[in-house]
Design a protein around this ligand. Structure first.
Ligand SMILES: [Zn+2]
Length: 192
């Protein structure tokens, strides 16, 4: 639950009630068997055995990552052209060997990626960057200042976690959704 408490002020409550599911021990979805490595959790907040093998810090960041999918989706942030631009995301088509093509996401700005998993697509990049912003902001701020600023302005509304002193006396009125809807209108306006 710590990962949920660490969400930016004003994020909670979510518009719909969310559930946390601890999947039965030894069980996961069949599809996950095809994925190399282990699936710790998913965006509907189901947590699997594998996610409990890496200690408390990891579990906290996993719930924060999954909750960030909700934020990204609800506010349409991870699908914004601006977000894709900041990490240099492009769709690349490659022959699939059967006369057709497969599409992949690729990034041209490796310095803006905060983890190996972030390279998956813009959505995973968003959640991984949220985790980095909250728990290990230094490298993101240094290597990709515009992306850092995007999260600072649109999700965290100016709150930073780069220094414990910054955590004092931070209060924001109104819900995150309200302020973000306003922000997004402004950005769309600027981009058009
Ligand atoms: Zn994810």
């Amino acid at each position: 639950m710590q990962g949920i408490e660490d969400l930016p002020p004003g994020t909670l409550p979510f518009e719909d009630n969310k559930r946390f599911v601890r999947f039965p021990r030894g069980r996961a979805y069949t599809a996950y068997a095809e994925i190399n490595g282990c699936v710790q959790a998913n965006a509907v907040m189901e947590f699997f055995d594998c996610g409990f093998n890496f200690g408390r810090e990891n579990s906290i960041q996993t719930s924060f990552h999954e909750a960030s999918h909700y934020i990204g989706d609800e506010l349409g942030l991870d699908e914004m052209d601006k977000w894709r631009e900041l990490s240099g995301w492009e769709v690349v088509n490659r022959p699939d060997g059967n006369g057709g093509t497969n599409s992949y996401w690729e990034t041209t700005k490796a310095q803006c990626m905060v983890s190996a998993y972030g390279f998956t697509n813009p959505t995973e990049d968003f959640s991984e960057s949220m985790v980095a912003y909250r728990y290990n902001p230094g490298p993101l701020k240094k290597n990709c200042p515009e992306k850092y600023k995007f999260l600072k302005d649109l999700v965290f509304r100016g709150i930073e976690y780069t220094d414990p002193k910054l955590c004092e006396n931070k209060k924001i009125d109104g819900s995150l959704t309200d302020s973000l809807k306003w922000h997004l209108k402004k950005i769309k306006y600027q981009l058009n």
